[in-house]
Design a binder for this molecule. Structure first.
Ligand code: FE
Length: 342
């Protein structure tokens, strides 16, 4: 299946290399690092509504960015869809995105979930939340990310490695909110509270906290949604956990959220179609599908998360712009290194 699609886009590239003028031709070529069947249903629905065919290539974000770069001005890519502000920033830095002005997108998406110059648009969000083992009791006084560095939680915290982009983006948000010095002290404090050296992904942290191997964990909300809506075994894991949305006190900044987002590419041969597709993805029904596919929150203002997410309760999100979070990646990595967070 994948091979066939690759072939199709390769053929397009050949056309683009030839003499024929490149313009909107009833297609849109999507390079996506998301791999959800619900995304496919969306593509079909868009085709049905508009007659515009969606060709897609799936790969890891960095590989897609490199590919668009190496394809250069003959790239068939119209739209890059990826996950995490850090990766969107990498795409921006690589120069593969182009600014889009769209009243529809500006109206539907809150400011902090789209690039200030329209280089990309957030389509769904996830929160980085604190979890705890219910049997071990509610960790009193643990209400904010800053609290994770409190010596009260020595030996209690499981969290994945600092090479992971979710942690890099979280630290970047702390740098932007509180400054680099506070961020570094925080990182050192959390390292001092590790239950074990970082290992495994967010799912592994969830399982470890549920099993009582660590009292406290830090994970993305959609992993919890998967366990909540999963089979009996997964549900039991979810039921063993309490969820804390950090920084919810009045006047506080809210929980750190990150985005799945998309941007129109710099040499898009079907630019109008790409914008139409982006706008379609912010329609209410598309938002539902797009967000539900990975238990994420819709990016469009006023839409709720699915039932698995609703179970965890509502929360206020930090409205720091995702572009700022992306831009702080390098400094965050340096701070993690100095803090000894492997
Ligand atoms: Fe993930």
């Amino acid at each position: 299946m994948k091979k066939l699609i690759l072939g199709c886009v390769a053929a397009l590239a050949v056309t683009a290399c030839g003499e024929t003028e490149v313009g909107d031709n009833g297609e849109v070529n999507v390079y996506s690092s998301r791999h959800y069947d619900t995304d496919l249903a969306l593509y079909d629905d868009f085709t049905e509504q508009t007659g515009i065919k969606v060709n897609r290539i799936e790969a890891e974000a960095d590989a897609l960015i490199e590919r668009i770069q190496s394809e250069g001005e003959f790239s068939p890519a119209d739209l890059l869809i990826t996950v995490d502000a850090g990766r969107l920033w990498r795409a921006e830095e690589a120069g593969v995105l182009s600014a889009v002005e769209s009243d529809v997108l500006a109206e539907r998406l809150p400011d902090h979930l789209r690039h200030p110059d329209g280089l990309w648009f957030g389509l769904s969000t996830r929160a980085r939340v604190i979890i705890y083992n219910k049997e071990a009791g509610v960790p009193e006084g643990l209400d904010t990310y800053a609290d994770l560095a409190d010596p009260a939680w020595k030996g209690a915290i499981c969290i994945r490695s600092s090479s992971n982009i979710y942690n890099i983006s979280l630290l970047s948000s702390i740098i932007a909110n509180d400054g680099a010095a506070v961020a570094e002290t925080w990182a050192k404090g959390v390292v001092a509270n590790f239950a074990r050296p970082p290992e495994g992904n967010d799912t592994a942290q969830i399982e470890s906290v549920a099993a009582g191997e660590c009292r406290i964990g830090v994970v993305n909300s959609y992993y919890l949604g998967r366990f909540a809506g999963g089979d009996e075994e997964q549900r039991a894991v979810f039921d063993a956990l309490g969820v804390i949305f950090p920084n919810q006190a009045e006047g506080d900044r809210g929980a750190h959220v990150n985005v799945s987002g998309a941007g129109v590419t710099v040499n898009s041969p079907n630019r109008e179609n790409a914008i139409a597709f982006l706008e379609y993805l912010t329609s209410e029904s598309a938002q539902r599908y797009f967000a539900d596919g990975n238990n994420e929150y819709p990016a469009v203002t006023g839409l709720k998360g699915n039932s698995a997410l609703e179970e965890m309760g509502t929360f206020r999100a930090d409205t720091l712009n995702a572009a700022t979070i992306g831009a702080g990646q390098t400094e965050a990595v340096q701070i993690f290194d100095r803090a000894g967070w492997n």
